[in-house]
Design a binder for this molecule. Structure first.
Ligand code: AMP
Length: 613
């Protein structure tokens, strides 16, 4: 039995009102989380009370903290000695297992002797057996390997108090249904269950109906709509390159006042400081800054003393400054409703406004939710070229000269230059160029290309301070893609006898793009990596979601560097379609995590409930 799903639209409470243990609250505070995300606000109190919960949520909504904080709170209260783990979290992939384990560690900083153990396929049993022997309060693992340990007797679930299923729909798609049922059967009736899933297919309903006890079902919904006077654009970028991308965009964008949103209080200060260092007039506001000081900062924006306000959602609540012509979502918000509130800070008093959203490849799926919530298309922002940037800089510099010539009395300075010209026999243009160089103070008018991901430079620029250095982008690995390209992963590979020609044919024909737009192709045993342009229209991906090659859905998605097979054949289209040395090494991931068991039934939002992430 399931209680009717609740839409999260009510006023957000404070973390301190959710019933969490003081030690957990202190950790959340030190991470700079200002308020619970909507999914946290609804699920945490129910979990703290001991209820089973079903949360409809995906990456980016704050779902990890939604289940981790109540588990840790309970652990802090009970503080008992353990005969086996206190909590078990099941995840579909080892990457997610590691991230969840990291989050637990960050949230448990104030708990004595806390230990969390990630367990996944592909890793040798030795360290896992040793870890289990030492005893961990929380085990996070992929179902296949957890079952292996249960069979070996190295893991016992008799004293388990919490069972969490993270990304349950993904686990079922990967063929873990039987393993999950077996795990449920090995836990006592009194364990509390939290199940998180992006979608609710019937296979999940079957499991929740069978194993959950009167669960509370929560989903994040949004009712709001934006005015059509706001143009929305997005730019896809790795987290570590957001600051570079932002400064480039700001150089060419026309704007008056700007508000920029980040996730944490610390990130407001950090980003404002980095922008100031790059010559922008920016200040931060967040919930820690006293109301009066916040008002003074807003007043400075209103009066044009600063141009950029970097804020958290809480600090910007109700903000009404006519001058704001651009809203930048530096970090994507946790839910569509926050997005709608944020961009509503521009386009006031009947004016038009602009909204720019930075999105990491992993967050791409959230775009569809935003488009539905705002009933408007979010266009792809085209990054200004090096030439455009240089031209803009030259134009702005020229204008400064024009302005000074038009408004300032220069006779006295002109005499000095004249004397210099005569005494040194140097042409006036050379003297002017030397003076321009002094004015520019080491800055060049000639723009440089964006740094290639992975080549160092400000690896954590503007990063929010999520648990243990995690961020919205979830520790994406440095992409292998070439500049201007993004790597996508297709769930077909050498096992399906895929040829580069069939990849090019399928993507070009079904996606409606030219073969020239398709870059490097890397065929692995059970998947293929393909480079496509960074500015690819999202509609192309939507068109490709049901595409099949050799009767297999290709399940195209941005490659987030998930560990997979260690080598494969790589091709540079049109030049080298031959077999490369090193092909044929075997896949070393979790034993069930091969791409060919997956289906693309809900890619890019087709099967998702409306208006939520
Ligand atoms: P998740 O949906 O669990 O993948 O979380 C997405 C990101 O949001 C992670 O970087 C978290 O550190 C961050 N996060 C989670 N809860 C909050 C919160 N209440 N306030 C700010 N950031 C949060």
């Amino acid at each position: 039995m399931t209680e009717t799903a609740q839409s999260v639209t009510a006023e957000i409470p404070a973390f301190s009102e959710l019933g969490l243990h003081a030690s957990v609250l202190a950790a959340v505070e030190s991470l700079g989380y200002e308020t619970p995300s909507p999914i946290q606000a609804e699920t945490i109190p129910a979990l703290v009370e001991g209820r089973d919960v079903i949360g409809l949520a995906q990456t980016g909504t704050g779902k990890t903290a939604a289940f981790a904080l109540p588990v840790l709170s309970h652990l802090a209260e009970s503080g008992r000695a353990l005969d086996g783990p206190f909590a078990l979290v099941l995840t579909p992939t080892r990457e997610l297992a590691l991230q969840v384990a990291e989050a637990f560690t960050a949230y448990a900083t104030n708990l004595d002797d806390f230990s969390v153990l990630p367990i996944y396929g592909g890793q040798s049993y030795g360290p896992q057996l040793a870890g289990l022997k030492r005893g961990a309060q929380v085990v996070v693992g992929t179902p296949g390997r957890i079952i292996d340990h249960l069979k070996k007797g190295s893991l016992k679930l008799s004293s388990l108090e919490h069972l969490v299923l993270d990304e349950a729909d993904e686990m079922l798609k990967m063929g873990f249904a039987e393993d999950i049922e077996e795990i449920f059967k090995q836990t006592g009736d009194s364990r509390q269950v939290a199940l998180f899933s992006a979608t609710m297919p019937s296979s999940i309903h079957r499991i929740t109906g069978k194993y959950l006890n009167n669960p509370k079902e929560v989903r994040v919904a949004s009712k709001s709509q934006t005015g059509s006077n706001i143009r929305q654009r997005f730019f896809m970028v790795q987290h570590s390159h957001k600051l570079d991308a932002l400064t480039r965009i700001l150089e060419v964008e026309q704007y008056d006042g700007i508000i920029m949103f980040v996730r944490t209080k610390q990130a407001t200060e950090e980003l404002a400081e980095k922008l100031r260092a790059r010559g922008f007039k920016a200040s931060a506001i967040n919930g820690d800054i006293p109301q009066q000081a916040r008002e003074r900062t807003v007043e400075m924006l209103r009066e044009g003393k600063i141009d950029i306000l970097v804020a958290t959602d809480v600090a910007a609540r109700g903000l009404d400054v006519e001058r704001i012509s651009l809203v930048v979502n530096f970090d994507i918000p946790h839910d569509t409703e926050s997005y709608v509130h944020r961009i509503g800070r521009t386009g006031r008093a009947g004016r038009s406004g602009e909204a720019i959203l930075f999105i990491t490849p992993r967050e791409q799926r959230l775009l569809g939710s935003i488009e539905r919530a705002t009933k408007q298309k979010v266009e792809q922002l085209v990054m200004p070229s090096v030439e455009e940037l240089t031209n803009t800089r030259v134009e702005k510099f020229t204008k400064r000269i024009d302005d000074v010539l038009a408004s300032t009395e220069l006779t006295e300075l002109a005499t000095i230059i004249e004397q210099y010209e005569l005494s040194r026999n140097v042409p006036a243009t050379d003297i002017a160029a030397a003076l321009a160089s002094i004015v520019l103070d080491g800055n060049s008018l000639q723009a440089e290309p964006m740094p290639v991901p992975g080549k160092g430079r400000e690896r954590d620029g503007g990063r929010d301070s999520g648990p243990a250095g995690r961020d919205g982008a979830r520790r994406e690995r440095t992409p292998r893609s070439r500049e201007g390209m993004v790597t996508y992963r297709l769930a077909v590979g050498r096992n399906e006898r895929i040829q580069p020609g069939s990849i090019v044919g399928a993507i070009a024909n079904e996606g409606g793009i030219t073969s020239k737009q398709i870059g490097h192709i890397d065929i692995r045993s059970n998947h293929t990596l393909v480079d496509l342009p960074q500015d690819l229209d999202p509609s192309v991906l939507r068109k490709l979601q049901y595409t099949e090659i050799q009767g297999r859905p290709i399940d195209i998605r941005p490659d987030n560097g998930r560990p997979g097979s260690s080598s494969g054949r790589t091709f540079t289209k049109k030049r080298n379609f031959d077999k490369q040395p090193g092909a044929g090494k075997s896949f070393r991931g979790d034993r069930r995590s091969g791409g060919n068991k997956r289906f693309s039934e809900d890619r890019f939002g087709s099967d998702r409930p409306r208006d939520r992430y």
